[in-house]
Design a protein around this ligand. Structure first.
Ligand code: DC
Length: 226
């Protein structure tokens, strides 16, 4: 019988540091990485490119089923491709994130992406970053983290990140956008953003990335995951 690859799930709201922590953790462990948010963003981008309306549930579910995507690592950097085009930056746009949040509220889209996400589970292990990794996609994961931070801290981090990229953003608008997106992600009827009952909650409001990493690595050691 082939061994089942272990999974560490990292769920939480936008801006909690999940993405960075998941990437660093996968690198440190030498495990695969699933950025599940990228899949919802890709469906949103595919919809925009093909002029499928965000109200067209069947059309969106069809896009999710047929999503032609690749996640190659080029010169040590992970890239995201949609239908052969490098869309690594395009899917990070605020507009694409907002559309992804709407697309992600549709049960048919979530269902269509389920097996695609589970296929990322391969030896030696997987770090899965998202909203429902521990509750729905990998309920048997041996370690589940729920990473949070206050809305102010998250808006502030996003603002700094955008500034570094030379984008002039408005802090109040970012705060309101996060608030709105949190509400939509937490209130949707399918797979809402919530901690799995067996998840360990880590509040990163007053923690930097190395502190969060240290906390997770100590949980990995305690649990004997690996
Ligand atoms: O993590 P992110 O910002 O890239 O995610 C984009 C959107 O997709 C976000 O609004 C929530 C949604 N999402 C989800 O519903 N379930 C996941 N597992 C990952 C993301």
């Amino acid at each position: 019988m082939s061994a089942v690859a272990p999974v560490i799930t990292i769920d939480g709201p936008s801006g909690s540091g999940k993405g960075t922590v998941s990437r660093l953790l996968a690198e440190k462990l030498g495990w695969h990485l699933l950025d599940s948010g990228a899949l919802y963003r890709l469906v949103a981008l595919a919809a925009q490119r093909r002029s499928v309306a965000l109200e067209d549930v069947e059309g969106l579910a069809g896009l999710a089923v047929d999503l032609d995507t690749e996640f190659p690592v080029i010169d040590g950097v992970s890239r995201v491709y949609l239908e052969g085009d490098d869309v690594t930056l395009a899917i990070r746009a605020e507009e694409c994130g907002a559309a992804a949040s709407r697309v992600a509220a549709l049960p048919a889209v979530r269902e269509a992406l389920l097996e695609r996400q589970r296929a990322f589970r391969r030896l030696p292990g997987l770090v899965a970053d998202g909203r429902d990794m521990g509750t729905v996609v990998f309920p048997d994961a041996p370690l589940k983290i729920f990473l949070t931070a206050s809305i102010s801290a998250r808006a502030d981090r996003r603002w700094k990140q955008l500034r570094e990229q030379g984008v002039d953003a408005n802090l109040d608008a970012l705060y309101r956008d996060l608030e709105e997106r949190d509400a939509r992600d937490a209130q949707r009827s399918v797979s809402p953003l919530k901690a799995a009952p067996d998840a360990v909650e880590v509040d990163s409001t007053a923690m930097d990335i190395p502190a969060v990493m240290a906390r997770i690595l100590s949980l990995i050691a305690d649990r004997g995951v690996q």
